[in-house]
Design a protein around this ligand. Structure first.
Ligand code: GLN
Length: 503
């Protein structure tokens, strides 16, 4: 089936057909990724006998490197491999990583994790870029497509995050799996689903026409030739060299700090260099993309409290007044659950509003995202007023807050993916998508700093004191989010100018 780009992009209805295949490949990849992420800290503490602080620091380092690598994966895709080969190579590395962990997680833990880090860097940004390629410039169904894709991400995250650790801990299938093999099976499951993701992608490729093929090299005389094979193999070899380097870097938390201090400025310098090579309109658009990227750091810095300080808050200060559910379970998976509930309706809402000529543009959507985030954090603050004398408050109200935050996420995260594909020049699509995810590496990093700052409540402080400290921290975060939203809305005319015809 040799489709042309026009045939793919001239689809009828709400979604292009190919989006479903990309949805499933990404869903399984996220299953593998979140499955592994969900096991990291628990495995390090219970099996590798790390103390809590070290385990958390190493978890943070892994997260930073994963998202930082998306930038590298994006650049190599743009310049040498193309999106398809990058995705495939990344997927293979993730399979190798999971298989190493499945074979001997105790002795080769960091080796397996490092393979997964590099692999994710090659896979994650490039599949998102391909979703954007299914749409013509200016197609107002793009945001709805990314919302659907985002549902796939969260379905994978929810399933992987639940099943892998439950199998490892022996909460599931414990009568089928011998005790000493539970972790092997759990990591093995991540490998199996990643194989499914790649097999699914192999079938998808046939219907992608020219999307994601290797770029051509343009000679001085304007002639186009295939990229030299040695360059392609060079990328494969280089990425394998990164694996032991990451192992060393993840092992020492200070390295993460140095890494974060240097990588951001270097990528900015590189972006400015690339910006100097394009025409003014393209440069303006890239600049607008940078504004979204920088704001997204603030968003993730606040949002990602969920993995850090909010899990402590949930453990100490929330009751079980919602169907008897465990507060930490709700904190961990409530967000993904709500995304699944609202992703498609919100996407369709954008299409409907567009028909009525009422659809907000991307800047306003971002602004709304921050305002929802802020209101959500204010709602967490408000749980304080429902606390009992022991400092324990309502999980139900917390869950409402989580829902409001999720509405904010839907206005930022899928919309951000979508706008990256619209504002990037043809040749920088992968890199800009990588930069979008790199920003979330910084967001997670900032989140850790904010969380640590908030955890000033002493270990031996009473629950009431902890409640007061944490909720007042969340009130401040809520305020910052609302301010960021207002700033975005105020500067929207300026950013709009930079975006030219893109909405
Ligand atoms: N939860 C989303 C995902 O896994 C967004 C991640 C991010 O950008 N930090 O894709």
């Amino acid at each position: 089936m040799n489709l042309t780009l026009e045939q793919i992009q001239d689809f009828k209805g709400k979604y292009p057909r190919q989006i479903w295949s990309l949805f499933f490949s990404e869903m399984w990849e996220r299953f593998c990724f979140y499955g592994m992420r969900g096991m990291l800290v628990f495995f390090m503490i219970s099996q590798l006998k790390f103390n809590e602080v070290d385990a958390n620091l190493q978890y943070g380092a892994t997260q930073a490197f994963v998202y930082a690598f998306t930038f590298v994966g994006g650049i190599f895709a743009d310049k040498i491999l193309g999106f398809r080969k990058s995705l495939f190579w990344g997927g293979l590395l993730m399979i190798v990583g999971s298989m190493i962990l499945a074979t001997n997680p105790h002795d080769y833990f960091f080796l397996g994790i490092s393979f997964t880090v590099v692999g994710t860097g090659f896979f994650k940004p490039n599949i998102s870029t391909m979703v954007g390629k299914l749409y013509k410039n200016g197609d107002n169904r793009t945001d709805a497509g990314f919302s659907l894709f985002y549902a796939g991400i969260n379905l994978g995250a929810l399933l992987g995050g639940y099943f892998c650790v439950a199998i490892g801990k022996g909460e599931m299938f414990s009568n089928l799996i011998p005790e000493d093999k539970r972790w092997n099976v759990a990591f093995g499951l991540a490998a199996v689903v990643m194989v499914i993701s790649l097999v699914n992608f192999i079938f998808t490729q046939r219907r992608l026409g020219p999307i994601g093929l290797q770029p051509m090299q343009i000679l001085k005389n304007g002639q186009e030739v295939a990229i030299a094979k040695w360059k392609e193999y060079g990328v494969y070899v280089l990425s394998l060299i990164f694996v032991p380097l990451i192992m060393i870097m993840v092992a020492k938390p200070e390295y993460t700090d140095y890494f974060m201090y240097t990588v951001g400025p270097l990528t900015l310098i590189y972006l400015f260099y690339e910006m100097s090579l394009v025409d003014k309109i393209e440069r303006n658009k890239l600049f607008a993309a940078l504004v979204f990227i920088i704001f997204s750091i603030v968003f993730w810095g606040i949002y990602e409290q969920s993995g850090g300080s909010l899990s402590i808050f949930a453990a100490h200060n929330l009751n079980q007044d919602l169907l008897g559910l465990d507060p930490n379970g709700v904190n961990n998976s409530g967000g993904a659950f709500f995304i699944l509930l609202v992703a498609i309706p919100i996407g369709l809402l954008w299409i409907w509003l567009n028909k009525k000529k009422l659809e907000p543009n991307t800047i306003i959507k971002f602004g709304l995202g921050f305002i929802f985030l802020g209101l959500g954090f204010y709602a967490i603050f408000a749980t304080k007023f429902f606390a009992n004398a022991a400092g324990v408050t309502s999980l139900s109200i917390f869950t409402v807050a989580l829902f409001i935050i999720t509405l904010g996420e839907m206005c930022i995260s899928p919309i951000g993916l979508s706008i990256m594909t619209k504002l990037s020049t043809q040749k920088l699509q992968g890199m800009m998508m990588g930069m979008w995810f790199l920003a979330s590496a910084y967001g997670q990093y900032v989140a850790g700093l904010i969380g640590a700052n908030m955890a000033t409540a002493r270990e031996d402080a009473s629950n009431i004191e902890k409640l007061t400290t944490y909720t007042s921290g969340y009130k401040d975060l809520g305020l910052y989010a609302v301010i960021a939203g207002i700033v975005l809305i105020v500067i929207s005319p300026l950013v709009k100018k930079l975006m030219h015809e893109v909405r």
